[in-house]
Design a protein around this ligand. Structure first.
Ligand SMILES: Nc1ncnc2c1ncn2[C@@H]1O[C@H](COP(=O)(O)OP(=O)(O)O)[C@@H](O)[C@H]1O
Ligand SMILES: [Mg+2]
Length: 319
């Protein structure tokens, strides 16, 4: 069987009236990875997930899921995927186990198969103790994990998770992250949407940044950070006076609030920039509190990229 990527999307468009929810989306997800679709509210993440899971028809574009053409073989696509939507699909009055068994039965598993699979998943996702309690008694993190377990009942090749941790407290988020790591550890490819940079950074092998329905950047988190710029030397002064003198010597812009001055490392790299900064300060007899080498955070990358995509949309213009 020729290796086809779990998901391949080319130039996908979807409009709602005047809104271009998807405006030429390209995406390729590699097998056995967690791929994050990262973007602010309204970027088109859920629309993309709904298109890929056959819930929404695209206006144009090519999509192949698990090797099947979305238009020609929607049933085969549905058989190959699992979906955890932005809102939970669980039945509150049923027990956790009952939810899983019901979900399995709806997807044509025999009763014994559904029961066995449900038992395995409840164990694997830390829900065995709560299995015979009503979902209405579950915490947010437990519900999300049960949602994930339900989507895994059919052993999908590709699992879609649409903002799986939005609204969870830090503990719930951690539980869900652990669950997602387990899913991919067992060989299921995951496409995850998120508004959270740290989530993409923590979980994703590859990140596609979405803005206004199209890709504004893509890569590993390290590559995205590189795209913004390299390392920076951050020098911290102890007094405003010291800060002014350090800024003068280093040629950077001082930040009076943090008493810091940042210097971009040039092409020779962060270590060389650090040595040069220390030497320059020493030669000018400027004492400082400290100096560190820092890469831009993913937050900085994201802010930078989304600010760019907020500029008037001149498609096809240079940049
Ligand atoms: N069913 C719909 N009808 C009209 N507009 C929609 C519909 N679904 C989404 N949109 C619009 O499409 C854009 C993308 O929405 P969505 O895909 O939900 O973004 P995200 O999931 O990234 O927050 C938004 O401007 C949203 O208002
Ligand atoms: Mg959404």
């Amino acid at each position: 069987m020729p290796a086809s990527p779990p998901l391949l999307a080319r130039d996908v468009h979807k409009r709602y009236g005047a809104t271009r929810a998807l405006d030429g989306l390209d995406l390729e997800v590699s097998p056995g990875t967690v791929h994050a679709l990262l973007g602010p509210n309204g970027a088109g993440k859920s629309t993309a997930v709904n298109v890929f899971t056959t819930l929404t028809r695209p206006d144009s574009g090519e999509v192949r899921v698990a090797g099947h053409d979305l238009r020609r073989s929607p049933r085969k696509v549905r058989a190959a995927i699992g979906l955890v939507g932005q809102t939970s699909a669980l039945d509150e009055v049923l027990h956790g186990r009952e939810n899983l068994v019901m979900f399995g039965r709806l997807h044509d598993l025999s009763k014994p198969t559904a029961r066995a699979r449900a038992g395995d998943l409840l164990d694997a996702y830390g829900l065995a103790d709560a299995a015979d309690r009503k979902v209405s008694t579950y915490s947010g993190g437990m519900r999300r994990r049960l949602d994930i377990a339900a989507a895994l009942m059919t052993r999908p090749h590709l699992l879609f998770l649409d903002e799986p941790t939005t609204g969870l407290d830090p503990r719930g988020r951690n539980e869900v992250w652990k669950a997602i790591r387990r899913v991919v550890g067992e060989g299921t490819t995951v496409l995850l949407t998120t508004q959270y940079l740290d989530e993409a950074d923590q979980l994703a092998d590859r990140i596609t940044v979405l803005g206004a329905g199209r890709v504004i950047a893509e890569g590993t988190s390290a590559e995205l950070k590189d795209a913004l710029g390299g390392d920076r030397v951050i020098v911290t002064a102890r007094t405003p006076d010291e800060l002014a003198r350090a800024a003068e010597v280093l040629g950077g812009t001082p930040d009076p609030e943090t008493l810091q001055v940042a210097v971009e490392a040039g092409p020779s790299g962060g270590a060389a920039a650090m040595v040069a900064a220390i030497r320059a300060l020493d030669a000018a007899s400027v004492d400082v509190g400290g100096a560190v080498l820092r890469r831009p955070t993913l937050d900085e990358v994201f802010l930078h990229l989304t600010a760019e995509s907020d500029e008037p949309q001149t498609r096809g213009a240079a940049r």
